[in-house]
Design a protein around this ligand. Sequence first.
Ligand code: 475
Length: 800
Amino acid sequence: MTVTCAQFKRDFLAEIKTLYATTLNDTSPLDQLIALGHLVRRYDGPNWAKTARAYQTQHRKQVYYFSIEFLPGRLLMANLLNLNLVTTVRHGLKELGLDLDQIRQAEPDPALGNGGLGRLAACYLDAMASLDIAGNGNGIRYRYGLFKQLFINGYQVEMPDDWLRNGNVWETRRENKSCIVRFGGHVWLQPQANGTLKPQYRDTDDVLAVPYDVGIVGYHNSVTNTLRLWSAELPPNADHTYYSQAQRDQIDDITKVLYPDDSNSAGQALRLRQEYFFTSAGVQSIVRHFCAHHHGMRTFAKQVAIHINDTHPTLVIPELMRLLMDEHHCSWDLAWALTRQVMSYTNHTILQEALETWPVALFQGLLPRIYQIVAEIDRRYRAQKTPVFGAALVDQTAPLGNGQVRMAYLAVIGSHSVNGVAPLHTELLKKDVLHGLYQVYPERFNNKTNGITLRRWVQLANPPLARTLDARIGNLWRRNPRLLKTLLAYQYDQGFLTELSQVKLANKQALAALVAQRLGLQIRTDAIYDVQVKRLHAYKRQLLHVFEILREYFQIKDQPTAPFVPRVHIFGAKAAPSYHYAKAIIKLINAVANLVNHDPVVGSRLKVVFIPNYGVSLAEVIIPAADVSEQISTASKEASGTSNMKLMANGALALATYDGANVDIIQAAGAKNEYPFGLTVAEVYRYYQRGDYRARDFYRGNPELKRIVDSLVDGTIPGISTEGREIYDSLLRYNDEFFVLADYASYVAQQRQISQDYQDQTAWQRRALANIAASGAFGADLAVARYADDIWQVPHDRLD
Ligand code: 475
């Protein structure tokens, strides 16, 4: 996109005048943001239209990425970057007396996700557009999204995140693309004159699904794809008097909030409603679009790929079956063949509680026609597979079992591809979680290691680093991050290593300023910034990190004058509202922060920073400032992790278990450039098999550890009488499900090593360099290219 600075200024002032009928000095940064957003959209509009047209005329196969979460982050800078407008806009605004960095802060973060799952979806949309893949996102436009997190007295308090209050300049309501989604009622199959059966519905609750489209701009390639987010409304022309307030509320509720509920149970029916709502609307719009440009359904699978991001959108399978059979007169066999060719599924977790199942009664009552189809999939699966694999295996893997609809099994059976998100995770799927289905369909299983977009996580989040890299290795890494490995030539270049530490210092200063402003806390910038940012979950073991803080605290208290390498421990994490234990950990972190941060003996040497309301925008400030990347999940539990990749690309060294993609990171950067520790998957599984893990033995055998565990209940840490006891019990009474005590010794050994190593800045920065250099292998473009080649079978641009 080429616009001169002068042109931009004229356009911007015109936009201000049109929107606000006033002059620039009468507008707020928010007004300016909205005007700028409109202008960017105007500049990009021709690309968006042209992209859609080109896909049609070229009969390009479309990829539809279905996800219950999308975490795109603020879009202004990302769009400017990808349109190559950053410099023009920055200068233009400056000449008008405005500051782009101030305006960009006025943009709210879309509250459409919770964690890695949603951020991955956003990285992949960006990568699809940048690789010229005809890729579409399909999700829910949550009115309040996830919650806004506050800490009150150290406790997490959830407030509605009213992110749409000032509208969303990036979205376009497409009411003419709406469709009806049916819930409940009764359905029966009516014989037709031609001998077929047609479902008839009575007493259904109909909901109007209205799409809001957001443009997803590709990097310097004039491609703009679409993220389609659905909002639930009253059907048009409905007799409004017919809808009770309760019914209206029920419709409103469907797209009101994202249920991040990892621990499940609460709001189960609503969750199922949400899932069917966006899958049905999405599939309807896909089929409608296809039919507008093709005759008959036979070529459907050549033109369409549908990706199921975790189990939440699995109902795309029976919904497509329904549409093909009920609306487009396909036979079961044709519909089933097309469905399997079109569908592919990514699993993101091996945690049993995150593999969704629905009680049959709930499912059948809410989705009677879909239930019939699932029951028929189940019947046929059993009939076909029992003779080959035996009743036991088939029973154990069928879509229906134990009175439940098993979403992950349905997803595998109805797809041609099932992938895990790191090699280790994929192996665990085959050997353990989906072992039965792996026996039935071994050819479907494959690995696609996650990736992140360095456009956002380095170019936008860390401009000083990006500039430093450009100066040494040229700027082609911006298109092809694999070129970052050429940095290795500078491993022994003292000047460059010094520059890297200056870059880190600048980023720490920025974070320290944010911490001072938000928390009123001073943190020194010569300390080690030890960062753990991710959802709060027992398996991620924020608790182990707290133990290290307590160890350091006791060390200082015991020997106040002994040398101590300063540390700042930085957390960002939200707990699912109903996840009681995770909330207890939040309270603990805040209580420890309170204790440590105000202790005069400790002074500035040790600080604990827990910044509330972690999200993409905060991550963009925290991650570039990190020295140490805490990736300390119990081996086998973290499917991949993606903050590990972002931190690596920003030069943090990983303190990491051999879990998820940590394994690949350690291998790519070299173990000597990271801090691996802890039980391996084999060791964890051995404990499971033998049943001989005794947390108490570790507690008793290590006085330092015992003191820390005891401090949870002996009054050392004020304010946690309830939570401290709960956590204490989880460790000793309930035998420490996530092996925190088992991993303590090897974890703190590496932490000690870190304190020692950090003092040699040259050696440290050399290892940071090794991490940055190796991070290109984890670029989202590479990951998405592998999906395109192996799973979706769509063409794409090459990176080199
Ligand atoms: C994994 N979220 C990471 C990341 O692949 C992985 C949301 C609602 C209900 C249940 N679960 C979720 C996730 O499961 C999730 O975010 N999974 C994460 O996906 C991308 O890197 O290891 O935990």
